[in-house]
Design a protein around this ligand. Sequence first.
Ligand SMILES: *[C@@H]1O[C@H](CO)[C@@H](O)[C@H](O)[C@H]1NC(C)=O
Ligand SMILES: *[C@@H]1O[C@H](CO)[C@@H](O)[C@H](O)[C@H]1NC(C)=O
Ligand SMILES: *[C@@H]1O[C@H](CO)[C@@H](O)[C@H](O)[C@H]1NC(C)=O
Length: 556
Amino acid sequence: MGLIFWSHLVILSCATLTSSVQIPIQAPTTPPNSKSTMPEIWDFNATPSLNSTNHLIFDTVGSLAQHWTNTRYRNGHTVVPGTVPIGTLLYHGTDQPEVPTEPDWIATDPDHSYVFCRTSSASGNSGCWHLTLVVTRPLRVLYFDGTSAAKMQGGTMDSQDITVWGQVKPEWTWNERKRINDLCEWGRKFGLDGFMRMEMDFEIMLCNFANGVEIVSHLNLDPGKDAHPAGLDLLSLSATYVLQYRSIEAGGWHNTYPGETRVKLDLNRLISFYDTNLFPSLVFARFGQERWKHRLQGLNAVDSKTFQAKLQEVLTQSDDAGSGVDWSTLIHVVVDRYAERLEILHYLLNTTSTAEHVKRVQGHIRSMVVQHILYTYTPSPESTNYSWAVPVYEHCATTHTRYISSSPSLSARLTSSESLILHSIQEVSKEICRVVVGMWARGVELGFDTIPTSPSSSSEKLDPGTATTICQWKERTEALMAWLDWSVWVRCRPECGYEEICYLPTWPFLDGPDWPPLPGPDVDEARTQLSGEGGEEGLHVRPIPKCIRRVEPFGF
Ligand SMILES: *[C@@H]1O[C@H](CO)[C@@H](O)[C@H](O)[C@H]1NC(C)=O
Ligand SMILES: *[C@@H]1O[C@H](CO)[C@@H](O)[C@H](O)[C@H]1NC(C)=O
Ligand SMILES: *[C@@H]1O[C@H](CO)[C@@H](O)[C@H](O)[C@H]1NC(C)=O
């Protein structure tokens, strides 16, 4: 098990195979995120700009409210208004028999809130309190993506800090009471009822328990004698693990698209800190940093003001602003179309050692773009730049967005958030098609399509030129997958057994099966010990998926 090879560095090595010339990497052709007024350039050698964030916008927008990607990249970059529909149930666990009269936290899954259903130390062992609420009118909330409820330094809370305090406040990482009070106070002028965040599962910081929600039940529950242990005998430990596992399991229900759907996000009004036009100071802050390290601390005062103005704009914008395009579906159409096929392409390239394998690779690549290959296409190997294949490239790259971007009436209705998303889909599609169609065209010219199927081709070793081409294709596929960085490719390898799930460690259970036990009923106190300011280094280890048990015995 472990992180896959293409997450980070791609080491180019094919040059050592032979001395044949590699395709030169050319300078970027379009400035990042700008709607180019110049004609689109269809050059198979033109890679995306180094500072381009379109692939990151594509992936973060496509991953909103999904647990897996937002656990993998804890530091959120997107702020999105949303609504919780009427009739939705929400849960609150506590040691108090009273309904909160000030802002407090509610969970979307009762497995999450039950972790906080505790016996008050003052009242002795008299059960714990679990409140179920129902939404009686659409609740207006603001969602912070990433693992935004993780009380960690290092970036998980940046977007909240900037929203409410105008700057990152590491000293208030644990000041959750101040945070929720200030957020609710700030949000009142926009009619916000709460804020959605994520930790092991999703939660909402609800500003007013008497407005927009009604009590369905308020039960005095059995907290489980052993579930919130005073001492640390083995039995109580195991009960604690059950409780914690159930909340992790519930979070996992929202791992992949469409994720947590109890909050309807309005993508037409989202703000992305990867928008390089709005927040140029972050381009500088991110420069040379891996995605894992991206955060918002480097936002300068000017860009922070821009963010406040933009928030004001989207929170006062009419709910029905926008074109009506279903952006998250469109993003997932592209992801579905290529995710598995690219992974298989990489596998095939990694196992190609005979002429017949080469033919198989070429067939796979061709099938990925076959809907764009016109009957009348005529390869002309004399051209040095594959110009004969440009129509295939162009059609492949624009097929999903051409209508939206060229229809004047539709373009006129796009909000600026929609234009940002549209541009990200355009650039991601373009880069996929540049690489895939580029390989296909090269293979056509090299005659890979027409390798005869014969006993000899199934054993025939590759000549050095072909071996170099295959090696280069493998590198190009790895580079593309590293650039796209889709979380669907991050899995437990080998796959987990039936009694296990694949778990991406998340705060506060960063160690999975070796979860440190909660030493007492005061979970917050325990959390401080688990992830307090002291041990920051260890906490910033990149999450690596691992198999943990889903049936007893848990954890160990
Ligand atoms: C990328 O951003 C850095 C930092 O702002 C800048 O120095 C560099 O020139 C930019 N590179 C490109 C290709 O735009
Ligand atoms: C590629 O092939 C090598 C050698 O067969 C193997 O060890 C490696 O796991 C393969 N990589 C992938 C991603 O399949
Ligand atoms: C590709 O080469 C052809 C001639 O072979 C030339 O007419 C065309 O302008 C070139 N295209 C690019 C993008 O360089």
